[in-house]
Design a protein. Structure first.
Ligand SMILES: *Cc1c(COP(=O)(O)O)cnc(C)c1O
Length: 337
């Protein structure tokens, strides 16, 4: 039986071309800032976003956590959506790594508004934590791959500037949003103080994330990365996959979005599905009428792997290791369930 893995876009394995890029990578000691491939990847990313500098790290979690640490002091408060990855999926890292607390906002599929952010800022009062940072997530993972309206991001930016708050983007899947909404990396670079992007999601690298910001911020981030244990030596073998992915794997994300739409349409006809968040990018989250684990077990029995992300929600994520044959097979299996 063919196994079709929709659990996450992190399950991809390097293509032969990506492996070749790894094998041919020029490397050095990156803790000495001497790895030519890491340096090149960081320069490429900074340039793409029109920002001054960037730093490579092993995971998106570390990249976000370094960013938050650099933007905050212990006792500060960070504003984010109630289902934000930085809050629900990073092991309490904001508390343990930065000594900061979180004020959450109920978003629309993970998207918060400028009005909500403004209302969440604490007054300058000794009783209150100092609000210092706003984190957005685009696309929103738990929001089913939803994308922000850039005009709203601009409004939130103004609130941040007016109130002297730092502005961080968890852009684990930002490239999905860019291709879906025809936006540019530079628009985002102009707007945020720091951006974390994942290479290990839709871009298909085995590991790695990049944090992008201005020179002073990245200098601070280099120290924090070392403290967090993320200083790697000949990381260029991995950075080479990132260089390859930024060159070859961005435009093709559109394909993943088409696949997600096809899955959404097939699921719509099923009696065991109560509702579906319209697929905007590569994630489909469907609410089930029956226990989600029964649905995932039934799919699994047919070779389709998904995640039951809650008692009544299943999640499909499309990615570059899903072939056209797998898509056809998936649609057939769903139709026959
Ligand atoms: C995957 C993900 C991350 C980082 O995850 P790692 O597994 O640590 O690379 C951060 N934010 C979002 C929204 C994600 O989906």
């Amino acid at each position: 039986m063919m196994i079709i893995d929709f659990r996450s876009d992190t399950v991809t394995k390097p293509s032969p071309e990506m492996l070749k890029a790894m094998m041919n990578a020029e490397v050095g000691d990156d803790v000495f800032v001497e790895d030519p491939s890491v340096n090149k990847l960081e320069e490429m990313a900074a340039e793409m976003f029109g920002m001054e500098a960037a730093i490579y790290s092993p995971s998106g979690t570390m990249s976000n956590q370094i960013g938050i640490r650099c933007h905050t002091q212990p006792g500060d408060e960070v504003i984010c959506a109630s289902n934000a990855h930085v809050y629900i999926y990073e092991g309490g890292g904001i508390a343990s790594n930065s000594g900061s607390q979180v004020k959450t906002i109920e978003g629309n599929r993970g998207r918060i508004t400028a009005e909500q952010v403004l209302a969440a800022i604490n007054p300058d009062d000794v009783h209150k934590a100092r609000t210092s940072l706003v984190c957005l997530e685009n696309t929103s993972n738990r929001g089913g791959g939803s994308c922000y309206d850039f005009a709203e991001i601009k409004k939130i930016k103004k609130v941040c500037v007016d109130n002297k708050l730092q502005f961080h983007l968890d852009g684990a899947r930002l490239f999905n949003a860019l291709v879906a909404k025809n936006e540019t990396a530079k628009q985002y670079g102009e707007t945020f103080d720091s951006i974390s992007i994942c290479l290990n999601k839709g871009l298909g690298c085995p590991i790695g994330s990049i944090l992008i910001g201005n020179k002073d911020f990245i200098k601070k981030a280099r120290r924090v990365r070392k403290v967090f244990g993320g200083g790697m030596r000949q990381a260029g073998f991995m950075a080479a996959t990132g260089i390859y992915a930024l060159r070859h794997n961005i435009e093709r994300l559109k394909q993943d979005h088409i696949v997600a739409k096809q899955i959404e349409e097939a699921l719509q006809k099923k009696g065991f599905i109560k509702s579906i968040m319209p697929a905007e990018t590569n994630i489909v989250i469907a609410e089930t009428n029956v226990p989600a684990k029964d649905v995932s077990a039934k799919l699994e029995a047919n070779g389709i792997r998904v995640i039951a992300i809650s008692a009544n929600q299943v999640r499909f994520v499309s990615h570059l290791d899903i072939s056209p044959e797998m898509v056809d097979a998936t649609i057939k299996i769903i139709n026959n369930l």
